[in-house]
Design a protein around this ligand. Structure first.
Ligand code: HPA
Length: 272
């Protein structure tokens, strides 16, 4: 369990390092890590220096906070995140989100690379997450509840804040970027899904599938932090494209579409 003391200790540490309190936080998924390089007056804080933080091991993921100004806003970016498949406890994945809330951020933008499940989607599409299905087999709120963080039974009706979704739609329209919408299904990984699983997930109502985001979104809901979720469709999910899935290809597409994705996210940051 993450207690409010663990959260406080990490938040205090970060507060000492930051020159100004952040307004907004972003979790940069595959293809978006480069956004951290566009931050002005960056302050870099490696996760390994933060009390209570786990270490990130996923390929293509740096493990650090980068704080500073983006589109004139005071932002705190997670360059690299913690995944359940790495072996981290769900509560460890929730910790940074709770710290972000404790630092006073008013919104959290969660980004990820995902497989397209909806037949109407194409590789390289962007998807606004309107809801999720937790298929990870666990929940970051499992175990004793710390009432100082949030309630035992957490409402999940509007995990992805409707007002933030509207802002994302408006920015995408202005930038003439097609923004798909749909339900993100969180899968434990690290193996990709089977074609039979993907067919099942489509029947369940999933539009995209990935191995992150869901625990962070649940933790954010729990502590009352508004969330915006954005996926970059790096591949069509297993069995849909008539070829095997390849992690290198996922990273390649993420890097290719990264600049446009970053522009969209920066535009949204300016609006929030
Ligand atoms: N499945 C799960 N996670 C992913 C995928 C996928 O097809 N693509 C990128 N992340």
């Amino acid at each position: 369990m993450t207690t409010s003391e663990t959260v406080r200790a990490a938040a205090d540490f970060l507060q000492q390092k930051l020159s100004e309190p952040p307004e907004l936080a972003l979790v940069l998924g595959s293809g978006l890590g480069g956004l951290a390089d566009q931050i002005q007056d960056p302050v870099v804080i490696p996760y390994r220096e933060i009390p209570g933080f786990p270490l990130s091991t996923a390929p293509g993921h740096a493990g650090q906070f980068v704080a500073g100004r983006l589109a004139g806003r005071r932002v705190l970016c997670m360059q690299g995140r913690f995944h359940y498949y790495e072996g981290h406890e769900m509560s460890a994945i929730a910790l940074p989100v709770r710290v972000i809330k404790a630092l006073g951020c008013q919104a959290l933008i969660l980004t990820n690379a995902a497989g397209g499940v909806n037949w109407d989607f194409s590789v390289g599409d962007f998807m606004l997450i309107t809801d999720h299905i937790n298929f990870m087999g666990s929940n970051p709120l499992r175990g004793a509840n710390d009432d100082a963080i949030g309630p035992r039974f957490c409402d999940m009706t509007h995990v992805y804040t409707p007002a933030l979704q509207d802002k994302a739609r408006a920015v995408a329209a202005r930038q003439k970027v097609t923004l798909r919408e749909g339900v993100y299904l969180g899968y434990m990984g690290p193996s990709y899904e089977t074609p039979a699983e993907i067919r099942a997930f489509r029947t369940l109502g999933a539009d995209a599938v990935g191995m992150s985001t869901v625990p962070e979104a649940i933790a954010a809901s729990h502590c009352g932090l508004p969330v915006l979720g954005l996926s970059l469709i790096t591949n069509m999910a297993a069995g849909m494209a008539g070829k095997r899935l390849d992690g290198d290809e996922v990273i390649q597409i993420a890097n290719q579409r990264g600049p446009v994705f970053q522009q969209l996210v920066t535009g949204i940051v300016a609006e929030i």
